[in-house]
Design a protein around this ligand. Structure first.
Ligand code: PHE
Length: 344
């Protein structure tokens, strides 16, 4: 039996030295030391050993068991260390490599200026509303006091989509929708795209942007209009900006004005940005025509209001000294990436 033990010992230790996988080591443990394992079977077979040899034999088997257990534990530790080293080698991280900067997106210049504009009007108590780009003749013209044969319709070359439907030529269409649905006091702005059949050049585009504004309440006067729009212009262009109100004409306002600001590039002396004029026109405005109020069910004897339409593209090109409006629509990355940091 001693030889049997010796043979088992040699075979077990030799086999153990070959095993390199945790699973194979576990199999080995079960096969030799488990309940039905070979070493356990030897202990069970002690019955066949003559009684006087049993203690010595038991000791031999137990020390073999202990030896195999120790060898197995040592081999397991070796294998685990080897696997860990292999994993670490595969995961090598070279902290001296140059980093990759994440490429941050940015806002379109029109969005930057629009967000500033919205902040300014919000701080004066205006709500922001939305209106449809596809409009009816009623909202875009009729209700704004521009009947079918009115010469003002020629001023705005319209894209028609059918008999009645068109792409809105002005955000003023939104005024009517608001007045039909809200009771005064009303204080809203409505930013959005507008469309006119214009030839494309450095200052014209068939798609451009306006921000409509409307205030209706008791006792609103031209002074309120001047106050709000002066405040707005000076917040956008700077506190020392001069603001000029010129008489003008719009069918839906009476009286009507156009508003110019002193050129932010030259301070009013005349330059390329203001085409030598020293002034830049930024919006049209006026007191809402009584007929427009009445058409929306608002009594012009009781209420009055003012409206304005700001040219967002002009605001943007003058702020950033952009010489060609087409740059705002072409989405050339080389142009847009210059505005990444956003803000003023
Ligand atoms: N809708 C006018 C335009 O497109 C601007 C405007 C708006 C004028 C509101 C007066 C009041 O030219």
């Amino acid at each position: 039996m001693k030889e049997q033990l010796q043979a088992l010992r040699e075979r077990a230790l030799a086999e153990l030295a070959e095993l390199a996988e945790p699973r194979a080591l576990e199999d080995f443990r079960v096969r030799l030391l488990g309940k039905k394992g070979e070493v356990t079977a030897l202990l069970r077979g002690m019955g066949a050993v003559p009684a006087e040899e049993r203690p010595a034999m038991g000791q031999l088997i137990n020390s073999l068991r202990a030896e195999i257990e120790d060898a197995l534990a040592a081999r397991e530790a070796e294998v685990a260390l080897k696997l860990k080293n292999e994993r670490l080698a595969a995961e090598t991280l070279d902290v001296t490599l140059p980093g990759k900067a994440a490429d941050k997106g940015g806002l379109h210049p029109l969005s930057i200026v629009l967000e500033d504009l919205i902040d300014i009007f919000r701080s004066m108590g205006f709500d922001v509303v939305d209106g449809p780009e596809v409009e009816t003749e009623h909202y875009c013209f009729e209700a704004l006091n521009v009947p079918k044969d009115h010469p003002a319709r020629d001023m705005q070359d319209t894209f028609y989509l059918g008999e009645e439907l068109l792409l809105r030529t002005q955000t003023s269409a939104a005024q009517i929708r608001v007045m039909e649905n809200r009771k005064p006091p009303i204080r809203i702005i409505c930013p959005g795209r507008v469309f006119r059949a214009d030839e494309v050049d450095a200052t014209h585009s068939p798609v451009f942007h306006q921000v409509e504004g409307l205030v209706v309440d008791k006792g609103i006067t031209l002074c309120d209009l001047k106050g709000v729009l002066t405040q707005f212009a000076q917040e956008i262009y700077g506190a020392d900006t001069r603001v000029r109100f010129r008489p003008s004409f719009f069918p839906f306002t009476e009286p009507s004005v156009e508003v110019d600001v002193s050129c932010s590039a030259c301070g009013g002396t005349g330059c390329r940005v203001c085409k030598g004029a020293g002034w830049i026109e930024i919006l049209g405005a006026g007191m809402v025509h009584p007929r427009v109020l009445a058409g929306c069910g608002i009594d012009p004897e009781e209420y009055s209001g003012f409206a304005f339409g700001i040219g967002l593209d002009r605001l943007t090109t003058t702020r950033y000294k952009i010489s060609d409006i087409r740059l705002l629509f072409e989405n050339d990355q080389r142009f847009l990436s210059q505005f990444k940091e956003g803000g003023k």
